[in-house]
Write a protein that binds this ligand. Structure first.
Ligand code: F0G
Length: 359
């Protein structure tokens, strides 16, 4: 029997940086690219959803963590550190443990989803809640990595981008070529950087036999309360329900702008109500359950549709970055923000039938 071997082994020929590194893997990658009939009908395009919540720790971070931790192991590292809005810490903790390393994570106090927090703790990370936001945490993690014998595994580490670029290869492998448009949420901007690198290498003979004939337009979406790239200046107090992308000064800001400009794409923003509406639509029409940060790509697609900016019949891939179980509370609210109340019934079949409208 065969199973997916993780992105380092599956794409070894396209990851020269990893040559000679011990492979630390949990079988990440190989995630479903789901045809989205409801979103296609709604937008008049051919829409696909790349469900990155299906990675081992429930987010796309695993693609870059297998490579970052494998490179750290090659360098003989015993300890790693990262700043995180939650998913990076969950992934770093899991892969560091798998490699026999210790892991320290710096997270913004009180602003990370319970599922992510419990993963970091479950995998034995030393968790420090910083009295500050993600940008403060990243500043600290960078300084720690420079001054002490700990490897920084945030996406400023080039090995992270190498691993994450494999998602673009998977899309091409399934669709036979690059899509017209690729839509992503944008936080620290590592992922849009990685996809653009992947799509660019896929058409470039300098990186092996080309597997695509073209590159997509990259469409990135930030949350309105955390949209420094859209506004053109850092946001001091980023705020959004999408805590994963609550970032005011992205490390890969310039690379994200390059991806936008070289691809003829856009970086725009979506409001919290738009994010939550997209989150709801995705679970009720496509049966894909994501965390709010991930729904920013779908909210962006809908915003562009409402603005009449979706070319008819365009092939569009939307990456949804993290699983809904990471931060499940949002499904338990109505569109008006009220708590969903379960209907109570007795041990009585007629009562149950009545509650179901069958009686
Ligand atoms: N979606 C999710 C679910 C995320 O966790 C993140 C980033 C993003 C999108 C944005 O990706 O930063 O590459 O632009 N999470 C980081 C973390 C910051 O610490 O887990 P990006």
């Amino acid at each position: 029997a065969h199973q997916w071997r993780g992105v380092i082994r599956e794409y070894a020929d396209r990851l020269p940086m990893l040559g000679g590194a011990p492979v630390v893997t949990l079988g990440e990658g190989g995630t479903p690219l789901i045809h989205a009939e409801g979103l296609s009908e709604l937008t008049g395009a051919d829409v696909w959803v790349k469900f990155e919540g299906m990675n081992p720790t429930g987010s796309f971070k695993d693609r870059g963590m297998t490579t970052a931790i494998s490179m750290a192991a090659k360098a003989g590292a015993k300890a790693v550190v990262c700043a995180s809005t939650g998913n990076t810490s969950a992934s770093a903790a899991a892969y560091a443990t798998k490699a026999g390393m210790t892991c320290a994570v710096l997270v913004p106090d009180g602003k990370i989803a319970m599922g992510k927090l419990s993963q970091a703790i479950a995998h034995g990370a030393t968790l420090l809640q910083v009295d500050g936001n993600f940008d403060d945490c990243l500043g600290l993690a960078r300084k720690l990595g420079e001054a002490y014998p700990v490897e920084l595994v945030n996406s400023v580490n080039p090995a992270r981008i190498e691993g994450q670029k494999t998602a673009a290869f998977e899309v091409i492998d399934v669709l036979g070529d690059a899509p017209d448009i690729h839509v992503l949420p944008v936080g620290n901007a590592g992922n849009i950087t990685a996809y653009w690198k992947g799509y660019s290498e896929a058409v470039d003979a300098a990186h092996g036999t080309p597997i695509a004939t073209r590159r997509p337009a990259m469409w990135g979406f930030q949350a309105e309360g955390a949209a420094p790239i859209v506004r053109g200046y850092p946001v001091d107090d980023p705020e959004t329900v999408a805590t994963a992308i609550r970032i005011g000064n992205p490390a890969s800001w310039k690379q994200a702008e390059a991806a936008r400009d070289e691809s003829g794409g856009v970086i725009d923003m979506v409001s919290d109500p738009q994010i939550l509406a997209a989150h709801r639509l995705l679970s009720t029409t496509e049966s894909v359950f994501v965390e709010p940060g991930s729904a920013a790509s779908i909210a962006g697609l809908l915003k562009m549709h409402e603005a009449g900016r979706i070319p008819a019949g365009a092939k569009i891939v939307c990456t949804v970055t993290g699983h809904g179980l990471k931060d499940p509370q949002w499904a338990l609210k109505t569109a008006d923000g009220d708590d969903v109340q379960p209907t109570r019934v007795g041990i009585d079949v007629v009562g149950v039938a009545r509650a179901l409208g069958l009686e």
